[in-house]
Write a protein that binds this ligand. Sequence first.
Ligand SMILES: Cc1cc2nc3c(=O)[nH]c(=O)nc-3n(C[C@H](O)[C@H](O)[C@H](O)COP(=O)(O)OP(=O)(O)OC[C@H]3O[C@@H](n4cnc5c(N)ncnc54)[C@H](O)[C@@H]3O)c2cc1C
Length: 535
Amino acid sequence: MAQRNFWGWGLEAAAFSDQQLEELRALFAMRFGDALAARAISPPRLQDLALPASRLQPPASLEGLLSRTPYERAAHTYGKAFRDIVRGLQGDFSVAPDWVAYPESEYDLVALMDWAAGAGAAVIPYGGGTTVTGGIEPRFEGGWKAAISVDMSRFNRVLEVDPISRAAHVQAGVYGPALEEALKPHGYSLRHYPQSFEFSTLGGWIATRSGGHFATRYTHIDDFVESLQLLTPQGKIETRRLPGSGAGPSPDKLFIGSEGILGFITSAWMRLQDRPQFRASATVRFTDFLAAAEAARLLAQSGLYPSNCRVIDAQEALNNGIGDGRSNLLLLGFESADHELDAWMRRALEICRECGGQVAEGSGKTVRTLQGERKGAAGTWRDTFLRAPYLRDALTRLGMVVETFETAITWERFPSFHDAVVRAVQKAAAEVCGGCLLTCRFTHVYPDGPAPYYTVIAPGQPGSQISQWDEIKAAASEALITHGGTITHHHSVGRDHRPWYDRQRPDLYAESLRAVKTTLDPAGMLNPGVLLPEQ
Ligand SMILES: Cc1cc2nc3c(=O)[nH]c(=O)nc-3n(C[C@H](O)[C@H](O)[C@H](O)COP(=O)(O)OP(=O)(O)OC[C@H]3O[C@@H](n4cnc5c(N)ncnc54)[C@H](O)[C@@H]3O)c2cc1C
């Protein structure tokens, strides 16, 4: 089986080759000149890693579930944010978990939690490890005697498909591709495609409230959860399968987004959708970014619900090979399992034209489509989108600072908010890196506002990349919070966003969440430091 990269994204075999790195260097040298590092950073070799000694001896009854090979420990140390990749490249795995556990049943999970509680160890629920906010990293303030990373990948079955109510009961450790493969023979799809789809799990999506690829309506994991099962140190909670319920505050909503601090999500009943049969897409060009944003607003409020409504600024379009660097793009798409889409697309393009958009020739027609088939700018965009995390690793090896951050804001504040964020980031990047490429796109649009997603690419200094990024990120986060946005729209809070999340959420709400945590996890051993300060 292809091995996952222990220091970076995806599969080892899919990483950029040395020759591709040099081609990249030449490309970016045109923009950043001598500021690029002279030599690419070489990835560490597993046999050279100096991992801290594992501090805990398990009882014989659990040995079969546990591993502490250097590969397993290293691969479970960090998520996949830029700062994780840099530390991985430096061979710094100083906070590696003492053990990695692979439970197969709830019985195993109970035994693991009992052992950890007795030993004073912290327990970290681990899905696919693609967190970008330090969500699975054994980084604690408290005096935990050890850390056990509990990998849910053996909870990997689709247990039942209900074709009448169009839902499936799925175990939490199923990865995106395996889930879609299992649903395909039934003609269904979860239709939830985060960029990290290939390497992330259902449990991780639910625990982080992940956002899918589609721009409007049913795209967030929140929308698809019909009920779920959570195993806590105090026992099991199983919510009722219902299409809707007005019976008090929703227990599902309490656990969706709980980021592993309240219990293990072991399975969930998920709402499904028919696989699309019709697809229509169009590319619209705008000379003005804010005009494109205005078109996206009107589309989001039109009731047309495009599956794709992605505003991409001119620089980002250029970076992705779908623009000339002058035009801002709006990629528009509709999908349906049931009907032709020409009428929807016609009206959507009218809206775009009214806002000054120029529709690319030949686009906008409904095609009967095979699953996965996409052409034109949307197809190119999708391919680049999936390759982007490998590119980020390669740029990191070239000593660059390359990372994203995201948020959401209401429409009436967007122009001034965007302006303030761009200024703050450019100022910080100029101070610590001498400048940067800063791009913006909308990942999601709602009737009341967009979710802007920013990418920063800057020449860094090998050895200082993390501190350089930390300064830029702090400036960005400060601007997001000060100007009324959220610290995260879909990347979750984890450990890294906590300082700003602590300011964003009401204090009395934090106390309520703390009370729930204390009830379900009295020892506070589940993912300490995530969402709430450690006690
Ligand atoms: C290149 C890249 C692209 C990304 N694209 C997107 C995107 O498009 N949309 C998006 O929303 N996010 C995206 N992310 C962020 C990340 O993929 C999501 O947060 C994802 O939902 C994490 O899933 P995972 O299975 O990898 O979980 P992990 O990273 O393993 O865990 C994330 C958090 O969930 C908890 N957790 C995991 N499984 C369970 C469980 N069974 N029970 C309880 N808690 C659990 C962990 O303790 C941790 O706090 C991206 C990340 C990268 C690196």
